[in-house]
Design a protein around this ligand. Structure first.
Ligand code: ADP
Ligand code: MG
Length: 464
């Protein structure tokens, strides 16, 4: 019928605009490396902030003692307690707890958010069991993973540049987040010192390096997306401090804010951006990360309902609600292997209150999920290639001796959206070519970020 033709036309048009052939991906990669250079050259020189993390030494394995970590960066935060036993003992013991953040605190005041966090942390500290106490006379020390853009001023201080991922707390912007946390800890009577402020990419890099010395970069694909890597200090013109002994400096790219005319953006992306809390910002993140993929699918479905009456004469009311279709639900539909697409039918019924869809319609929806996930996955691969290229690790060196490059990956999207992660890894191989592909390894760093923050807290302890 005409309706069906119209719906498929919308999908085909969308698919066409989302295409990421290899030559386009290479343009994205090249634009990424150009922006990396610009961001390293001068402060504000690029959309890529290329933030100097003040981490110039990654964990060696010698770290020992009891350390805490706090990981804040999405809808949940985690508190961790890690007992490190040096080279031999490694991670002797680790305990953690996950706490969800009530939505009103994500858009409230700095005071309220940090009080909530400090209280949860104090509660967790009170559950320390036998053998898991700090050494007598020592203050507890914490690595704070705070995964929003921060202007770092030292390893243990930095001011919030802006919120992302649905957070919007005006009075925290510009504040030193370690100061905010420390004040809140004092208010709840918790005596703990933040010795390292990092974000999840830096934590994941540190955690990854602790277990594998070939880890050179970390990428997060979760609610948002970001990457960090180990740069040579002399390749950072904007660094005016003393040259670090190691010669290295870890850079937090904040690649979620990358944008380029080569990115395949559609009307749906433009509208999503305009309606977001941070219009014009985090464009790369908005076409790749877990917070947005399901919402892009919803927007296309809405157009199909509106212009092609895909679900009947009226637009299903639920389909009008922004973010009602979450990426895990999209992923569930995309991975549906039942012959009659039962999972798709159930998601449509439960989430959008749409029943009686035809198999043909359900297939169309799976294809739509595939278009959105494939674009995000292939662009992530292009970004990773950008890092490898910047480091000269994207091809066989003149010496002919291949270096092994391991990228530590973490985040719920990477971990749970199998079609997404498979596509990303295959695309990276495709881009690298067979000669170099086997020396580049993607390694899932399961919660490396928490351990990494504890490790950095240890290597920056006041008692060293
Ligand atoms: P954060 O990025 O907030 O620190 P995570 O790394 O745990 O947290 O990632 C959570 C995100 O991962 C969710 O917002 C969601 O978008 C995505 N995600 C979680 N589970 C799935 C799933 N089964 N399929 C696809 N995406 C998922
Ligand atoms: Mg996280």
């Amino acid at each position: 019928s005409g309706r069906w033709a119209k719906a498929t036309a919308i999908l085909k048009d969308f698919e066409e605009k989302c295409r990421t052939p290899v030559d386009k991906l290479r343009q994205v990669t090249d634009a990424m490396t150009v922006e990396m250079h610009a961001g390293l050259a001068s402060e504000g020189g690029s959309k890529l902030k290329m933030i100097i993390s003040y981490v110039d030494n990654l964990p060696t394995g010698d770290e020992s003692g009891l350390f805490y970590a706090l990981d804040l960066g999405g809808t949940n935060f985690r508190v961790l307690r890690v007992l490190l036993g040096g080279k031999e003992g490694r991670v002797v013991n680790q305990e953690f707890e996950e706490v969800s953040i009530p939505p009103h605190l994500m858009v409230g005041s700095s005071h309220a958010l940090f009080d909530y966090i400090a209280e949860a942390l104090a509660k967790f500290v009170s559950t320390e069991s036998e053998g898991l106490h700090p050494s007598p006379g020592r203050q507890r020390e914490l690595g704070f993973t705070f995964s929003f853009p921060v202007r770092q001023t030292s390893i243990d201080a930095g001011s919030l540049i802006k919120w992302t991922k649905g957070f919007s707390i005006e009075d925290a912007v510009g504040q030193d987040v370690v100061g905010e946390l420390t004040k809140a800890m004092e208010r709840v009577g918790l005596h703990m010192r933040v010795t390292a402020l990092v974000n999840d990419t830096i934590g994941t890099l540190a955690g990854g390096r602790y277990f594998n010395e070939n880890v050179i970069a970390a990428v997060i694909l979760g609610t948002g997306t970001n990457a960090a890597y180990v740069e040579k200090a002399h390749a950072i013109p904007k660094w005016h401090g003393d040259p670090p002994k190691s010669g290295d400096m870890v850079i937090n790219m904040e690649w979620g804010n990358f944008r380029s005319s080569h990115l395949p953006l559609t009307e749906f992306d433009q509208e999503l951006d305009l309606d977001s809390l941070n219009p014009g910002e985090q464009i790369f993140e908005k076409i790749i990360s877990g917070m947005y993929l399901g919402e892009i699918v919803r927007r296309v479905l809405y157009k199909m309902a509106d212009e092609a009456a895909l679900f009947g004469d009226t637009i299903p009311a639920k389909l009008r609600i922004p973010f009602v279709l979450r990426t895990p639900d999209m992923s569930g539909m995309h991975h549906d292997t039942t012959p009659d697409l039962k999972v798709v039918a159930k998601k449509l019924r439960d989430i959008l209150e749409i029943s009686n869809t035809s198999l043909k319609t359900r297939k169309l929806i799976v294809e739509l999920c595939d278009v959105v996930a494939t674009r995000g996955a292939r662009l992530s691969a292009a970004g990773i290639l950008g890092i490898l290229k910047k480091l000269g690790r994207d091809s066989v060196p003149d010496s002919g001796e291949k270096q092994r490059s391991v990228i530590a990956l973490d985040g719920g999207l990477f971990e749970h959206y199998t079609k997404f992660s498979n596509c990303m890894e295959n695309t990276l191989k495709e881009l690298l070519g067979p000669e170099i592909a086997d020396s580049v390894v993607i390694e899932h760093s399961n919660d490396g970020s928490g351990i990494g923050a504890a490790l950095l807290a240890a290597s920056h302890s006041q008692y060293l």
